[in-house]
Design a protein around this ligand. Structure first.
Ligand SMILES: Cc1cc2nc3c(=O)[nH]c(=O)nc-3n(C[C@H](O)[C@H](O)[C@H](O)COP(=O)(O)OP(=O)(O)OC[C@H]3O[C@@H](n4cnc5c(N)ncnc54)[C@H](O)[C@@H]3O)c2cc1C
Length: 303
């Protein structure tokens, strides 16, 4: 992440800024640029509209870094309801989940048990679970939980981040278990000890990982980016791939690009966040594209 992105996160992580933004009606209204709404009904409606234009969906019930076990259990139960809804409504959707929302870092066994429960319910609903990747200090535990639960259920995927030096070695472990592997650049402000700091290195690592993933028959590569050059490479590699793969993009980001890829016949899954805990998600979207900060400030000023 560049200096501007880091500065955006440094400001938005301050508790006063968080309070002003997350508790105001303006903040809530602005969140709708990137978040489908606060309820499962909002999420299901967005998923239905996306399915109608041919996109698959991944539903993210927003939340991360819960502070007590009750919150972690409530998050698991919300996701169980989400899986039931996917099933009942016949949506072409799976779920994406952050393990810190299920209690990782607070009670690691609880988080692993909850991921297991979600994978079991997802199997009943005929769908899958993808584990998001969070801050670098959580990667080891996240990969380990994926390994255990994927070995039991076979319907669990995981995200990997091209900015981390360790990712190629993690991929060696992950591919043994198969499943969906979502490749993204990485959205957190990480230090130089663990992550590339410059854009060119992150992009080069992304391309090397794309080449590798698209050549492995036993995994489903999910190339998660809105970057034209990365997308062009993926399209070229897809010509030689007989097995399933997909693009993944975020709700509200480059919607025209999402549609044109669908019109060209490429598989696209849209990541659809919903829920009341939208603030940290929104700040990462602002850090990725400082123009979003200007958009929010203008809207907040009523212009
Ligand atoms: C489906 C999906 C799942 C993800 N899951 C994870 C995860 O589990 N862990 C994690 O760390 N990160 C995750 N990310 C975020 C990812 O790591 C990047 O931070 C984010 O996708 C921006 O990188 P980019 O590849 O689009 O490239 P960039 O070079 O950042 O962007 C390329 C172009 O896309 C557009 N764009 C990108 N971001 C925005 C934005 N916020 N608003 C408006 N336009 C934008 C701009 O036109 C930009 O020039 C996920 C991303 C996607 C698409």
């Amino acid at each position: 992440m560049n200096l501007v992105g880091r500065s955006v996160l440094a400001v938005t992580n301050r508790s006063t800024v968080r309070k002003i933004f997350s508790e105001s009606s303006t903040g809530r209204r602005l969140s709708l640029r990137f978040v489908a709404g606060e309820t499962i009904d909002d999420a299901a409606a967005a998923a239905r509209s996306l399915n109608e234009i041919g996109a698959r969906v991944s539903l993210d019930h927003l939340g991360e870094h819960v502070t007590d076990a009750a919150e972690a259990v409530a998050a698991r139960d919300d996701y169980l309801k989400c899986l039931d809804r996917i099933h009942e409504s016949g949506l072409d959707a799976n779920i994406s989940v952050k393990l810190t929302q299920l209690g990782l870092g607070l009670d690691d066994d609880l988080a692993a048990e909850s991921l297991d429960a979600l994978a079991a319910r997802a199997a009943d609903a005929g769908t899958t679970v993808t584990v998001d990747m969070e801050e670098s200090e959580l990667v080891e535990k996240t990969v380990a939980a994926f390994e255990t639960v994927q070995a039991r259920h076979g319907n669990v995927g995981i995200a990997i981040q091209s900015y981390l030096y360790r990712t190629p070695a993690d991929l060696d472990r992950i591919v043994i278990h198969g499943g969906l592997v979502r490749l993204c650049k990485g959205a957190y402000a990480e230090p130089a000890e663990v992550a590339y700091q410059d854009r060119d290195s992150v992009d080069a690592a992304f391309d090397a990982l794309t080449r590798r993933l698209m050549a492995i028959p036993g995994v489903t590569p999910a190339i998660a980016t809105h970057d034209d050059d990365r997308i062009a490479l993926t399209k070229r590699l897809a010509e030689d791939r007989a097995r399933p793969w997909e693009f993944q993009m975020l709700y509200g980001v480059r919607r025209n690009l999402q549609r044109s890829l669908l019109n060209e016949g490429h598989p696209v899954r849209v990541y659809v966040p919903y829920g009341t805990a939208w603030y940290p998600y929104l700040t990462r979207r602002m850090a990725e594209r400082p123009a979003n900060v200007a958009f929010f400030l203008r809207a907040a000023a009523g212009r």
